[in-house]
Write a protein that binds this ligand. Structure first.
Ligand SMILES: C[S@@+](CC[C@H](N)C(=O)[O-])C[C@H]1O[C@@H](n2cnc3c(N)ncnc32)[C@H](O)[C@@H]1O
Length: 269
């Protein structure tokens, strides 16, 4: 386990992923009924953009730093407000964004396997009583929590894709999770090294039988060996999610010098 998200926090792919997270949680919060967020690969929760790791790659500078002052979409403005809550140098990862959006009736389960990241995550989530941190394997822990008693929620699957079989394990776990909790909203992040590999992964995830599935891709011009293209698969996206993401990405993509696309892989809103 060499991957450390502190080198990449706030990059172009985080911006797209966290916009999608905020959009989904915004929809879940429209009803009073409680929801759960299960974040299977949570990371440390808060990232210091002034730290050596972030400065070394400059990824946040080319990412969230370029979109901070933008406006023109309610979703984008909500994301930027949540992202700036701890100050411009403290970027929230997915579990802290979720925690900031929880209502008293909602809960968060954040799972992180790396001991140092998990210890930092515990500190980052300490202010939230409804946030539970588990150190362990995100795939196994996720399945153990399904179906959740709330029967509504977001399952976020955001692995580092370091292990050669991680695409296979991630897709298999999502299929198993869908068998236990078919009505959940799933947000799955993945790197795209080639269109064929991206399509193959999407196909493996879609074998879960999701009736509605949306794919979002974002791509930048990056140096050889650096992440240039990333995808998000959203199973059971809430009504209106695609329009909100389209509007927000139309504003952020030019600022990130990125190209973004959305396409329905199953069903249509
Ligand atoms: C891409 S980062 C997560 C970023 C985070 N979701 C966010 O958006 O802020 C992936 C994280 O998964 C952790 N990890 C790796 N293998 C894991 C596993 N099997 N179970 C849980 N966490 C794991 C890594 O230590 C790393 O912190």
């Amino acid at each position: 386990m060499n991957y450390r998200h502190s080198y990449h926090a706030g990059n172009f792919a985080d911006v797209a992923k966290h916009l999608a997270e905020v959009a989904i949680l915004g929809h879940l919060a429209k009803k009073d009924a409680p929801f759960v967020v299960i974040d299977s690969h949570a990371g440390r929760g808060l990232y210091d953009l002034g730290a050596e790791e972030a400065r070394k790659t400059g990824e946040a500078k080319a990412g969230v730093e370029r979109v901070r002052d933008l406006s023109g979409s309610a979703l984008l403005e909500r994301y930027l407000k949540l992202a700036a809550e701890g100050g411009a140098l403290s970027y929230p990862g997915s579990p802290v964004i979720a925690a900031r959006m929880l209502r008293p009736q909602d809960r968060l389960v954040a799972i992180e396997k790396h001991p140092e990241e998990a210890a930092l995550l515990k500190q980052a989530l300490a202010p939230w009583r409804k946030a539970r941190i588990e150190d362990g394997d995100g795939y196994a822990r996720l399945l153990a929590h399904l179906p959740p008693p709330e029967r509504r929620g977001l399952i976020l699957v955001d692995p580092p894709f370091e292990a050669p079989d991680e695409f296979e394990v991630a897709a298999r776990t999502v299929r198993a999770a869908m068998r236990k909790f078919a009505t959940g909203i799933y947000l799955i992040w993945y790197p795209i090294k080639s269109a064929a590999a991206g399509n193959a992964f999407a196909g493996e995830v879609l074998a879960s039988g999701a009736k509605k599935a949306l794919r979002i891709e974002i791509e930048i011009d990056a140096a050889e060996g650096k992440l240039a293209r990333a995808g998000l698969l959203v199973l059971n996206p809430p009504y209106g999610f695609d329009a909100e993401m389209t509007a927000a990405l139309a504003i952020v993509a030019p600022a990130l010098k990125a190209r973004a696309s959305l396409d329905w892989l199953a069903g249509e809103a």
